[in-house]
Write a protein that binds this ligand. Sequence first.
Ligand SMILES: CC(C)(COP(=O)(O)OP(=O)(O)OC[C@H]1O[C@@H](n2cnc3c(N)ncnc32)[C@H](O)[C@@H]1OP(=O)(O)O)[C@@H](O)C(=O)NCCC(=O)NCCS
Ligand SMILES: CC(=O)OP(=O)(O)O
Length: 323
Amino acid sequence: MSDLFSALKEKVVGKQLKIVFPEGLDERILTAVSRLANENVLNPIVIGNKEAVEKKAAEIGVTLPNVEIVDPEQYEAMDELVDAFVERRKGKVSKEEARTILLDENYFGTMLVYMDKAHGLVSGAAHSTADTVRPALQIIKTKPGIRKTSGVFIMVRGDEKYVFADCAINIAPDSQDLAEIAVESANTAKMFDIEPRVAMLSFSTKGSAKSPETEKVVEAVRLAKEMAPDLTLDGEFQFDAAFVPSVAKKKAPDSVIQGNANVFVFPSLEAGNIGYKIAQRLGNFEAVGPILQGLNKPVNDLSRGCNAEDVYKLALITAAQAL
Ligand SMILES: CC(C)(COP(=O)(O)OP(=O)(O)OC[C@H]1O[C@@H](n2cnc3c(N)ncnc32)[C@H](O)[C@@H]1OP(=O)(O)O)[C@@H](O)C(=O)NCCC(=O)NCCS
Ligand SMILES: CC(=O)OP(=O)(O)O
């Protein structure tokens, strides 16, 4: 495991952090949960029918020492959860509807986090991003001062590490959204000992093209600089102008970035999601995430293409976010 994750592990070990894993019958989840529990890194709570989860664990040959298995169908404090959910959704759901909704493992798990019965949640190995994050958006909600949550990937290859954002949540971010994503992503980068140098990406560098799409990024740069004047940030850049010093000398010689960006803010979810998967699959980067930023409590989504190692690492990140 790289130094990055060894450092995170050191931070969280022994803190008795409870992380919920709603997908109790997924092999990758159970493999990671078993490792986390056996190494005493954190205290996993797995959602599912106890017998079925234990049967699955035996089938794949993993042990679950000190793992709490919670079945929403049998949960003793369900009434408490239902009342709290109805209150949180303020007139948007009836008690009856809440009882049904909370049988869904992602809603149930997210409520455990909201009710302080757990410190964070990792899901999404078997659910789409929408189904994984919607409960968090509705229940956990964003921190004061933050309008939108967004999802970043930490892209790791050997000693190289970069932050890509937003690759998961906001389909068509406006300038204000992009500025917020940039500032939040810089904060997330610091969690991984990356000193942020933020590039706002486009298909244009410093006015080489003009269109509503490029103007959106130009305005985002202005707003982000206003929001965080001390942050090293600039744009709009094409990727080569943000990343390759010799290209930056030609295309953006006066920029503070100088082709040395390490936090990349994509102009749309199309660009961000496609971009991270290309770096992962063609560039052999390990893509850890999406890490959701801006929420009141840590809830993180996995790609359905994840493996057990990805689950293990995202659980470490989730636990570290809870500290
Ligand atoms: C994230 C996503 C599911 C939200 O969509 P949605 O559930 O239809 O959103 P809605 O507009 O109905 O809003 C639902 C709630 O979430 C909130 N919300 C929506 N987007 C949000 C955001 N980015 N940040 C914070 N809150 C958000 C809304 O305010 C609303 O809250 P309320 O019910 O308390 O008023 C949607 O934007 C989406 O599908 N994004 C793409 C996900 C994806 O497939 N990514 C690629 C793979 S990673
Ligand atoms: C982050 C992401 O793209 O998730 P999925 O592959 O599950 O759609």
